[in-house]
Design a protein. Structure first.
Length: 197
């Protein structure tokens, strides 16, 4: 009988120890997951999100190479080049329901008129003077320059895909964009449908 009681006591102790140890590991893991990321980690996450989100597709000027389109590193994420002549949109094609884009996808035309990809670099001609709150409003609410009372962002900017983006993801993207090389490039203002020839 004494052996059975001793065995039960040992089993109970082992169970208790394994339960407490498992709970501590779970608590330590939860603490590790909620720790604030470093600035480097935030920027790396932002770069990842910008890359998988396809931001370079429209916001970076590109050149044609034997491998296809390649981003021009010096102008990455600087939007439609201000020194480039504006391509004339074919109003008759737009009237037939076509949406048109220039060869490197930085200019688009459609029923909204003509829009130009914005400069996302930290230069004053880009988002250099923006607050994170402005950036969040632009990205998740489609507000031009993140300002209430102004116009909405024009197509093809898919801001509506980002309406439920988590604040930490917005912060990461903003941190990354603020960390890249500033490019002085004042993108042209949009052209309204009435101004098309």
């Amino acid at each position: 009988m004494k052996a059975i009681i001793t065995m039960l006591a040992i089993i109970t102790m082992l169970f208790f120890l394994s339960f407490c140890t498992g709970k501590k590991e779970t608590t330590d893991q939860a603490t590790m997951q909620t720790a604030e990321p470093t600035q480097e980690e935030l920027i790396a996450k932002g770069e990842y999100l910008v890359t998988i989100g396809g931001c370079n597709d429209c916001h970076s000027p590109k050149k044609m190479t034997e491998k296809g389109f390649e981003i021009i590193p010096e102008t990455m994420l600087s939007g439609y080049p201000a020194d480039r002549p504006i391509m004339v949109a074919d109003k008759s094609s737009i009237a037939k329901g076509w949406g048109l884009m220039n060869y490197d996808l930085t200019q688009a035309a459609g029923p909204w008129g003509v829009s130009f990809s914005a400069n996302l670099t930290p230069d004053p001609t880009g988002i250099g003077n923006w607050t994170e709150e402005q950036f969040k409003k632009a990205l998740t609410q489609g507000k031009f320059k993140g300002m209430d009372g102004g116009r909405m962002l024009l197509p093809p900017m898919p801001w509506f895909n980002f309406t439920n983006m988590k604040d930490e993801d917005v912060s990461a993207i903003f941190a990354y964009l603020k960390s890249i090389k500033p490019v002085n490039n004042l993108v042209p203002a949009p052209i309204s449908p009435e101004e098309l020839k």
